[in-house]
Design a protein around this ligand. Sequence first.
Ligand code: ASP
Length: 343
Amino acid sequence: MNRRSVLIIYTGGTIGMIQNHETGALESFNFEHLLSHVPEIKQFNLQIDAMAFEHPMDSSDMTPAEWKKLVEIISENYEKYDGFVILHGTDTMAFTSSALSFMLEGLNKPVILTGSQLPIGALRTDGKSNLITAIEIAAAKKDDGTPMVSEVCVLFHDKLFRGNRVTKIDSDNFAAFDSPNYPPLATLGTEIKYNLPIIGEYKPNAVLVTHEDMDTHIIIFSLFPGLRPEIVENVLASPDLKGILFRTFGSGNAPKNERLIETLKSAVSSGKVIVNISQCLSGYVHQERYGAGIQLVDAGVVSGRDITLEAALTKLMFLFGSGLPTEKVLQRMDESLAGEVTV
Ligand code: ASP
């Protein structure tokens, strides 16, 4: 019987970093160094191959060009492997996992992103267990031979999350990620306990369709008491701007400021898409709940419901990148494309 196979793709991040003796700062190091610290993976009865970005990077330097590179690697190797593990810095991991969930349409194999808070060479590293468990999940199958998970996920510390539902919540603790509006797909203790009913359905006949163009003419702006509408006016007047993520208060509320509301209205009437997402970590945007929200409905702002900032941003990039006209983008923002929003 053929052994199951997993491809590890190393992009960089703390997991593979070592300390620069002159500056004391952590810098990316090569993949051989990383693997030499985890001889345990040889104990898996799996075919494990690895490839690395030519220049491993701090994930702060990630751009849609690197997402595209990941999509290409996965699609070129799709038939050869049962699952994929992406080693990635934690800082922008939630953006990459969200983006990949849209860029890899029809995915029916596991793509597991992981990384660590401490370098793999550190005595108390969390990198070893994250990497080992990610490999195990990438190769895991049900009794009928189908994959346990067949979606883009983030594995970190003691949980497996849906990739387009996570956000980084802690820069120090080992539990660096959470998925406030969607339960973990699996919890990791002495056993890996999969929450099967909430894991995306395996689609045996799905065909992988990759999307590589992401349109970055997007801006995120956050409300705060005292925000000056004339500054917002200047930013929203930018002719190339297509999408705006508007981070509001609570369940989707904004101040009753006529100039601000007029600015939003005129951006909408010039064909820009404005999506209301809350500054709260969890909960749902109900624009109709208060007068402070309903004025946004009247201005043409659409509700992001319970989507994360990372998923909303990459979804807009993906939809505009697909060349869709404004009405279609609006329509699809209101649908769940890859389980990123509760509709
Ligand atoms: N700055 C690092 C990165 O995102 C942090 C990490 O990996 O945890 O690449």
